[in-house]
Design a protein around this ligand. Sequence first.
Ligand code: PLP
Length: 442
Amino acid sequence: ATNKLRQAFARSGSVHLFNRAKAVFPDGTTRVTVERDPFPTYARRGEGAYLVDVDGNRFLDLNNNFTTLIHGHGFAPVSEVVVGLLNSGTCFANPTEHEIGLAELLTARIPAMERVRFVNSGTEAVMFAIKAARAFTGRPAIARIEGAYHGAYDWAEAGQSVSPGNSGWDQFPVAIPAYRGAPQSVIDDVHLLRFNDADGLERRLSAVRDRVACVLIDPMPSRAGLMSPDPAFVAALSETATKYGILIVADEVLNLRQGYAGASARYGLKPDLITAGKIIGGGFPIGAIGGREEVMRVFGAEDVRPLLPQGGTFSANPISMAAGRVAMEALTPEVFDRLEAMGNRVRDGLRASIVRRDAPLSVTGAASLFRIHPTRIAPTEYRDAYLRAEGAGLMRRLSRHFLESGILLPYAAAACLSTAMVDSDIERVLSAFDDFLNTEIQ
Ligand code: PLP
């Protein structure tokens, strides 16, 4: 069948750069998360909802730097404030007013963030949240959701790569090392829970209650499937955690973009600690650890020496702080409503195509996030969403089809919308998808 949307396009610039990169980076890239099929698309610049590559091709960007750019590329209010700051110093050992401004904004909006500390990445935020939970409880271990992604701190990453081929796939999943040589002591102190499994949660946590400092949970874990938390699971989590004196750490590095007050507030989860990143830096490196005042005192208080030292050369640098504040200020409740409405249009439109074409696919997500799955029934936990070879092949073909239709669609991760997108962009996504089903699915 002919395909009106797909285009032949030049790619020699990307091929050339990849060849150069292979001589200096271990696998030709500096991030394992860079997508390649078979080579990466090298970016030259961003323009609102669009990314222009080094060959001059324009793509609607549904990746937005892994969901960071909620306003798309080159958001003018952020550019203005950053350009204004560049000539007056970009980092100081001294604190600045900018960090207070961003902290005031976040603590005013996010109920679980009574106090906050800034770092440079989501990985660091999760690391310090885990350490804070340990310092507060005096316990070393953590529990976390199998298959979920929380960055690269050893304890946070053990358990993300469970698969049917390894021992983690037992009824009671066990963490497996995230990389060869990972200390066994790390694995011993990571206990896996299945998302939306309220019964398993109680059984699992009761067995290790005296050792576990916190349950680390993303309210809608993207890598594990981007599925909604079952209210019964949220209730069981809170009840069990309270019973055993275990803290709840909500990792909202990605999902803070689900609403004005974030994702925990949206799903009725009441965390003791909460992590943020991505959108709160307005496109610059950032991470934040927030939480109840009582727990955050582990970082120190006027009358208390810190139990947990936390610094960081670039933490709270004025560029990230000022950019983040401007980006967040532009996210009013009305803007979140618009993002939600656009997200609904995308998810409903994709599902309508799936039904019309009777395709073996499904869609998950909420607010400005969505993910397409190669399964007829939408996943409710990681085991349903785990990509087996056949499904992975289909998702790769889908992602390739989108690329050739001028759209960057992350494969096996959350896709997202930005405030820079307009109706015609949404239409474009839906027609590219319907076109894929029409031509590729028998
Ligand atoms: N936690 C979650 C839920 C994430 O999605 C990510 C990144 O994708 C991280 C933590 C790590 O953040 P960073 O890449 O900024 O270190």
